[in-house]
Design a protein around this ligand. Structure first.
Ligand code: WT7
Length: 565
């Protein structure tokens, strides 16, 4: 996998500084995430501590100690070795939150492969796109997901040499239990350079297909200090990060950081259910809980007297990420849970939390908090010539930027150096978010600068949806926006222009809905389709989603000077 160290022309930033910051860390295996997260503990007093406890759909827990996790991830690294997987090769997983996915991730880190998780609610089209673009060499998945979404794709993916099924056997796949049984449970981690690629996450852009953000071993390791300063993890905490590893929160804070901190993590294999979540918090004695506004909004619908039936006495610290955390959620936390909810802000690209309400910050409901130590954030103005200026005046909206060189910075977009370079200007990384800063240094989220949709806390690129709709024989044109929704933030809404003679009726709408769900999956497919006579385009032919959105919201249409006609 190629890494791209585009010169970001930052004054005062050097990779040498990053390297020397790493020099003091234990170096048992070069600097390998899985060594630091698992083997280091397995060789010490935490050997028998539960690293992960999976709660199955039926409520039955399954525990893996640090010692057992070390042996199993050794086995998986040996499996990769036996399959001829080389350093830098892509090892992908598409599965729910099952133990095999976590073992594969850590085994891949040990072997020097690049791990890439794909959300199990993706349909075949986003899965194929990402496997192809990431040149996946190995894919771990389940029998059901393989049958439903993947088996028909493998012929189109020449780079994909091996598909491993966790729970089924077919003619052209390998069986995880057999491979693991045949593999040795000791493994010598090859020397790992802090700059070796470890983790790949695809994230949506407004234009073009999703981009693959690359993270390296050393960067992720250094930034795990957020496990102490933001998550406030202490010995012997029971931590529950509710995010799915298909998204970056679910790998960085759902797998890596809690292990580095030596705590026990709870993983719920089941789908969201408000009552079940309170049950888990109480019965597992969760002490630190990292969740999302979409989940919190749903939990807020449970009557307080029902919530009070659960003993949440061990819960010490609650955090949120992914979307704006509304002030009423904080007030609910105080009134019903008796605790503050600490908002945190970051992105796939940042590799870890950047702005937060740490335990040391007095919460201002509605604010994301302050930049954490080691991070410089600012509100920026983009000038016409692509340079930027820092907006010093408080309470002024601009683009949220980070000074280049923060510890967990992504190292590139896979095979797209130009796209990476476009994220930077004058030593700043431009986040695409709009924000303002108050006179006391608190940051307040305002919105996105681009058309990216946030639905249930997950990013959806409108282009990916438009492209799929355009591939349907009924569709002449399509434009996709996020329509504000009180529960899930935004719903994906598609405006569709039909070809002549295609009827704009419920049958057509149902057909297009079913087509989208089948190909894109529930995570990306539009929740609403509206027929339109035309899609507004600018002179360059770009869909003017801003206009579609303003029309949807009944707002002033604003500057129409670039509209084609
Ligand atoms: C985008 C990044 C890395 C966390 C999971 C999402 C939005 C994130 C907040 C917050 C308001 C937030 C931003 C950001 N976002 N945290 N606390 N308040 N908005 O990672 O999928 O890369 O999404 O999520 O728009 O740019 P992601």
């Amino acid at each position: 996998m190629t890494k791209d160290h585009t010169d970001t022309k930052s004054p005062g930033f050097s990779w040498d500084a990053v390297q020397s910051a790493l020099a003091g860390l234990p170096n048992g295996a070069g600097l390998n995430i899985a060594h630091e997260a698992v083997d280091r503990h397995a060789a010490g007093p935490l050997r028998d501590r539960t690293a992960f406890r999976w709660i199955g759909e039926d409520g039955d827990p399954q525990d893996l100690s640090y010692g057992k996790l070390s042996a199993l991830t050794n086995r998986f690294a040996n499996v990769l070795e036996a399959l001829g997987v080389e350093k830098g090769d892509g090892v992908f997983a598409c599965a729910d939150r099952i133990p095999e996915l976590y073992i594969a991730a850590l085994g891949a880190f040990k072997h020097g492969a690049v791990f890439c998780p794909l959300f199990s609610a993706f349909g075949p089209e986003p899965i194929r796109q990402r496997l192809e673009r990431g040149k996946a060499r190995v894919l771990l998945t389940t029998g059901r997901l393989f049958r439903q979404k993947i088996s028909a794709l493998t012929e189109q993916l020449p780079d994909l040499r091996h598909v491993i099924l966790t729970d089924a056997v077919t003619a052209d796949t390998l069986a995880y239990p057999d491979l693991m049984a045949a593999a040795a449970d000791t493994y010598a981690i090859p020397p790992t350079d802090p700059e070796d690629s470890a983790l790949l996450h695809f994230t949506s852009g407004t234009t073009g297909m999703p981009k693959g953000a690359i993270h390296v071993h050393g960067a992720i390791l250094v930034h795990h200090i957020t496990g102490r300063h933001v998550l406030d993890l202490r010995d012997p905490d029971v931590f529950w990060c509710t995010a799915d590893p298909g998204w970056v929160t679910g790998t960085i804070y759902g797998i890596i950081t809690p292990l580095l901190m030596g705590v026990t993590s709870i993983i719920d294999e089941g789908a969201f259910d408000a009552v079940r979540w309170f049950e888990i918090l109480a019965s597992q004695g969760v002490t630190v809980w990292y969740t999302s506004p979409t989940a919190i909004r749903r939990l807020m619908r449970v009557p307080p007297e029902e919530i009070r039936r659960y003993d949440l006495g061990r819960l010490r610290h609650i955090l949120s990420v992914g979307e704006p955390l509304p002030p009423d959620a904080i007030l609910w936390g105080r009134a019903v849970l008796g605790r503050d909810i600490h908002d945190t802000w970051w992105q796939t690209e940042t590799g870890g939390i950047m702005i937060a309400n740490t335990p040391a910050v007095t919460i201002r409901p509605g604010s994301m908090g302050k930049p954490i130590p080691g991070v410089t954030a600012a509100v920026l103005e983009r000038r016409e010539d692509n340079t930027v200026a820092v907006i010093e005046a408080p309470e002024t909206v601009g683009e949220l930027g980070l000074a280049v060189g923060w510890p967990s910075m992504f190292r590139g977009y896979l095979n797209e150096p130009e796209r990476y370079a476009r994220c930077f200007s004058d030593g700043w990384y431009l986040s695409g978010d709009l924000a303002c800063r108050d006179a006391d240094g608190y940051f307040w989220f305002v919105g996105r600068r681009d058309d990216i949709i946030k639905t249930s806390g997950q990013m959806v690129g409108p282009f990916e949806v438009e492209r799929l709709l355009l591939s349907h024989p009924f569709v002449a044109d399509a434009g996709v926006i996020g329509k504000p929704d009180p529960m899930i933030g935004e719903v994906v809404k598609a405006f569709v222009v039909l070809k002549p003679h295609i009827r704009a009726d419920d049958d057509t709408r149902r057909e297009l809905m079913a087509f989208s769900r089948k190909n894109l999956g529930a995570a990306i497919a539009p929740g609403e389709i509206e027929f339109a006579d035309s899609i507004p385009k600018n002179r360059a032919g770009k869909v003017m989603r801003r206009l579609l959105k303003a029309r949807e919201l009944g707002e002033d249409l604003g500057d129409l000077s670039t509209l084609e006609d």
